[in-house]
Ligand binder design. Sequence first.
Ligand SMILES: Nc1ncnc2c1ncn2[C@@H]1O[C@H](COP(=O)(O)OP(=O)(O)OP(=O)(O)O)[C@@H](O)[C@H]1O
Ligand SMILES: [Mg+2]
Length: 372
Amino acid sequence: MASIRFDKIGKSYGDTEVIKNLDFTVNDGEFMVFVGPSGCGKSTVLRMIAGLETITSGELWIGDRVVNDVHPKDRDIAMVFQSYALYPHMNVFDNIAFGLKIRKLPNAEIQQRVKGVADMLGLDKFLDRKPKALSGGQRQRVALGRAIVRNPSVFLFDEPLSNLDAELRVQMRAEISNLQRRLNTTTVYVTHDQVEAMTMGQRIAVLRACDSASSLDTNLMQCGSPMDLYDRPDNVFVARFIGTPHMNILPARLSDDGTEVELLGGRMPVSAQFKEGALAMRGRDVILGIRPEHIGAAHEIDWAQTQTLQGQVEMVELLGHEAILHFKVGEHVLTGRLHSHGSLPAVGDTVSMQLKCDAIHLFDKVTELRLR
Ligand SMILES: Nc1ncnc2c1ncn2[C@@H]1O[C@H](COP(=O)(O)OP(=O)(O)OP(=O)(O)O)[C@@H](O)[C@H]1O
Ligand SMILES: [Mg+2]
């Protein structure tokens, strides 16, 4: 096992800087998820860890050595890709055994290790089959098996589930999480799916593209436990990215004494956690974030302090156990939550919704950073 430390890592292709100043550590035995929109550099970072991509600046540590110039095969890493990259002419056994054969392990040991992994992954009945005779989920398990059997110190996954249907994805998510917990191998898992990130990661690193036009000095927007990111997003980008439906993001203003927030024509007190930050920013424009589950109908909630929002219904999304209500207040469309078994409003109706005052998030309008 090993930790992975990024010490001010940068990566450019010619003049194009794609990774900037990446500076954090994946702990020994940790399951770390990299999540971010397409093109933000997730695969690039993973490929730098694997040694498939050169590092332009900074030092990459795996365990207690700098690996910038270490050959991929000497890094003791196994990688699983979105395309399973199985050998079509080999059966399951030979696909899993391939890496061990190249390393010239004794035959008996190969037999024993492949068998152990196949049992673990429920592939024992398929060892003689070629990949084309397997389902997508079974193929993905073979790709996993090929990684696990080598017993590496680091697993790297690059969107390994995106070719699978929704149900299988949920199942494989749980399998990979359980497997990682059992093996306790340091793991970096890349996805653009924030639900996958929330459900699998011990910690999540949220990345964003750093084009040279922007003022960002790093791709890393926040790194923390799933609930840290959900409850205390450091900035507007993370606030918007984590959580479905998305957090409502609205313009607001702090009162001149910094004790109240003005939102959509109403006023509410600043909650305790933002007291100091709001005082420092008093009288200024801010960005207010509120999650849809913190906007509800008066008869369905028992929140201590609420702010009434009146608007016109634009859309009602019925999800079965609840409904997501989209309603327009002034020029802003907000989303709130209703229990679907109550009587639901229709499009065009005027609704009165309650916002939970102590659940608001406040961000600096200019820097988009959380007030603190
Ligand atoms: N060889 C290259 N030359 C120039 N630019 C490149 C090269 N490879 C990748 N890039 C750029 O680097 C950026 C990061 O790419 P990367 O593949 O790491 O993104 P990603 O986050 O994995 O995206 P996706 O979610 O779509 O897989 C992209 O803007 C891409 O265009
Ligand atoms: Mg990618």
